[in-house]
Design a protein around this ligand. Structure first.
Ligand SMILES: NC(=O)c1ccc[n+]([C@@H]2O[C@H](COP(=O)([O-])OP(=O)(O)OC[C@H]3O[C@@H](n4cnc5c(N)ncnc54)[C@H](O)[C@@H]3O)[C@@H](O)[C@H]2O)c1
Length: 245
């Protein structure tokens, strides 16, 4: 087991990629803190029954600094510490720039960039005190190469890479590593919005010729959260079948 008795906090845990990370981390021996706006009760019950690990869940809006601070303190009080933070919660509000409403721009930046900042500030401080920790930011290949119709999302995910590298430099002296994953097109509720024609067009551009799965992303998150990546910080790993190389 790669995460025996570690404590991992996952945001957006009710979603496709978040739930896959939670399942893999629990099966690797981690206790879990699951945060989402959506209910996490059924996932919590499933993982407790399947693995016997301690799992706590909370309705947390990551854009609310006070709510994040309170929930972070509650989690630390209940489980003793947090060793791993996965900043996974994220949203899209796609539109071409000429039609994009200020609210669409603002909300995506708020959830995808301000949210991870709030969580890093609170949980990173807890990790720094323990002189250990691993933070994994779920960015996107869209943050690396851009995408028409996703100016807000691309800017938020590129910003998240900047946050990753800056916090990696700040927190290294405390033994805390910070890395990012840049998934390509992964089959989840987020990509279910694509038409079959769009999906087949995208598939043609992927050297490994298939959309990825949430489990593909979870395995990379396991690598970055465990001692296997102990000498890696400030790195961005694509999980995209070669799409953005
Ligand atoms: N699916 C893909 O193809 C893909 C590709 C690259 C990157 N990503 C990124 O992976 C992450 C997970 O995506 P997914 O595909 O599992 O999406 P998803 O929509 O299935 O899950 C996202 C979760 O985040 C939660 N969330 C939204 N706003 C929140 C807030 N303010 N506070 C707390 N939780 C909030 C949602 O309730 C949802 O459960 C996102 O950051 C996304 O941008 C996804």
């Amino acid at each position: 087991m790669f995460l025996k008795d570690k404590v991992a906090l996952i945001t957006g845990a009710a979603g496709g990629i978040g739930a896959a990370i939670a399942r893999l981390f629990a099966s690797e021996g981690a206790d879990l803190v699951l945060w989402d706006l959506a209910p996490v009760e059924s996932l919590k019950a499933e993982l407790t029954a399947a693995t016997g690990r301690k799992v706590i869940g909370a309705a947390v809006d990551i854009t609310d600094p006070d709510g994040v601070e309170q929930a972070g303190r509650e989690a630390e009080a209940e489980l003793g510490r947090i060793d791993i933070l996965v900043n996974n919660a994220g949203i899209t509000r796609d539109n071409i720039i000429f039609r994009m409403k200020p609210e669409e721009w603002e909300l995506v930046l708020k959830v995808n960039l301000f949210g991870p900042f709030n969580c890093t500030k609170i949980v990173g401080k807890m990790m720094a005190k323990k002189r250990a920790g691993s933070i994994i930011n779920i960015s996107s290949v869209i943050g690396l190469r851009g995408n028409a119709g996703q100016a807000n999302y691309g800017a938020s995910k590129a910003g998240l890479i900047g946050l990753t590298k800056s916090s990696a430099r700040e927190l290294a002296r405390f033994g805390v590593r910070v890395n990012a994953l840049a998934p390509g097109y992964i089959q989840t509720a987020m990509t279910d919005k694509l038409t079959p024609e769009q999906k087949s067009e995208i598939q043609k551009q992927i050297p490994l010729a298939a959309l990825g799965t949430s489990e593909d992303v979870a395995k990379a998150a396991l690598f970055l959260s465990s001692a296997l990546s102990g000498y890696i910080t400030g790195e961005v790993i694509r999980v995209d079948g070669g799409f953005a190389m």
